[in-house]
Design a protein around this ligand. Sequence first.
Ligand code: B12
Ligand code: SF4
Ligand code: SF4
Length: 228
Amino acid sequence: MNLEKIKDNLKEISRARGAALFGVCRIDDLRRTFHPEIRETTGGLDRAISVGVPLLEAVMETICDRPNMLYRSHYLQVNNILNDIAFEISVLIAKEGRRALPLPASHIMDYEKLTAHLSHREIAFRAGLGWWGRNNLLVTRQFGSRIRLVTVLTDLDLPFDEPLDDNCGGCMECLYSCPAGAIHEDREMFDRAACFKKVSEFSRTANMGHLICGVCLKACPGQINRQG
Ligand code: B12
Ligand code: SF4
Ligand code: SF4
């Protein structure tokens, strides 16, 4: 089994469907943070594949100080694309006779703790897609935070990638734009409750029906978008 070749093939499948970033990391020490639904049953799956699909600049540029219907529709479409990619990767790995578990792109399991099955951001960070930004999101060199993520857990021994040695530097753009004042210079100070309150408000008052906002994504376009 040529693992480099399989990895390239999985990358290519993801690219063909709109993904721009792909990486692999070890997750054993993260398992204790997983939701009980997958904590035990994923025991043999010691690797994670992280895939990132960028959000379109043309859509992001229509956001002012709150989410709009274009962003809502784009958000839902990109979630579908991510779920399809994770499914396709999993089918291909199963064909190799190995196990693979696709996780949903966006599904909250615990509304009190605001957690899902696992953290796509932490896995993407470990797989070298980007770094933890001041806005509490995964920031990539190419697309800033304007990227959505999905994870596939597997026992296929794919070669690992290394975390990126990079950070926000002196940038503070997202601090100034957040309508909830949730973002601070020190990422540890990120106010998740304030953000949740604001996205819940948007969900009701702006008729979004989803816990979305997008303002801190607009503020963080990355190199490719900055250069146009
Ligand atoms: C619940 C949830 C929310 C909640 C709470 C968010 C939160 N917990 O921070 C609410 C509804 C408020 C929310 C809001 C938003 N969300 Co949201 N959300 C999720 C969801 C579904 C689950 C998060 C989760 O379970 N985490 C589990 C806990 C255990 O993990 P964690 O919070 O990431 O915690 C880890 C880190 O804190 C890490 N850690 C702690 N300290 C440190 C320090 C360092 C240095 C490092 C490296 C790590 C680290 O360790 C923890 C365990 O691994 C994820 C999808 C997913 N499955 O990941 C999307 C997700 C995080 N959301 C996303 C987005 C884009 C948004 C919004 C912009 C809304 C929107 N779509 O318009 C806002 C932005 C909020 C923000 N600035 O953080 C994207 C982020 C993409 C990216 N580029 O990072 C995700 C990944 C969805 C996706 N498929 O792409 N979200
Ligand atoms: S999603 Fe909106 S409210 Fe939450 S941190 Fe980003 S800009 Fe602030
Ligand atoms: S806007 Fe600037 S400070 Fe905020 S997350 Fe992006 S790079 Fe970091």
